[in-house]
Write a protein that binds this ligand. Structure first.
Ligand code: ZN
Length: 210
């Protein structure tokens, strides 16, 4: 009889432990919505992140990136990723005017761009950016991409657009009209979030020595 009770107690203790571990597992998976892989990449990366390159990283560069949930927008992972993306795009080794999260290995809807349409031409981060409308002149212009080194091309794009986004610094939602070269950068970077590269849209492409 006592042995039976002992087994029953052990079975109950085992089931309770299993339940606790399952709950911990669920809570950990749901911590901000980031996957364990993404959190590892964000926290372990140096400030200068590795830039994904075609064709070896085509799996991520050709994927549609996922939206950040409200909880993810407020997470320390987003803050750290934005800081590292801004550092990377501005670094002399890259010297870019824009970068999208898939270009640092994270398939989420974040872009960092230089706003040539604002005084001081600051770099800013847009979270969950969405182009609501494109208008204005469609003009050809030269483009390059950090993920496609050694190439340039001519792409025709609208020079005005309306963009909805969450500001990467204040986390406030905005809807702005953006014009000129900055509108071109926004279109190039938003394309990255849908797995589209400027080389898909270019009228002509040529090789350069980067
Ligand atoms: Zn690019």
């Amino acid at each position: 009889m006592q042995v039976k009770n002992l087994f029953r107690s052990l079975a109950i203790a085992f089931l309770a432990l299993l339940a606790i571990l399952t709950i911990i597992g669920i809570l950990r998976r749901d911590r901000g919505g980031w996957t364990q892989y993404e959190r590892g990449l964000i926290h372990r990366s140096d400030s200068l992140m590795n830039v994904t390159l075609m064709p070896k990283d085509s799996a991520i560069l050709r994927s549609k990136a996922a939206e950040l949930t409200p909880r993810m927008l407020r997470s320390r992972e987003t803050k750290e990723l934005v800081a590292k993306m801004l550092y990377t795009v501005r670094h002399p080794s890259q010297d870019g005017v824009g970068i999208a999260a898939p270009q640092v290995g994270i398939s989420r809807r974040i872009i960092c761009i230089q706003r040539f349409d604002l005084p001081g031409e600051p770099f800013v981060a847009f979270l969950n950016p969405q182009i609501d409308s494109l208008f204005g002149e469609v003009l050809p212009g030269p483009e390059g991409c950090l993920s496609v080194p050694g190439k340039r091309g001519i792409v025709r794009r609208n020079r005005s657009l309306i963009l909805s986004y969450v500001d990467g610094e204040t986390l406030d939602a905005h809807r702005d009209t953006i014009e000129g070269f900055t509108a071109v950068i926004v279109q190039h970077e938003c394309d990255h979030l849908d797995g589209v590269l400027y080389t898909d849209r270019a009228d002509s492409l040529w090789t350069v020595s980067d």
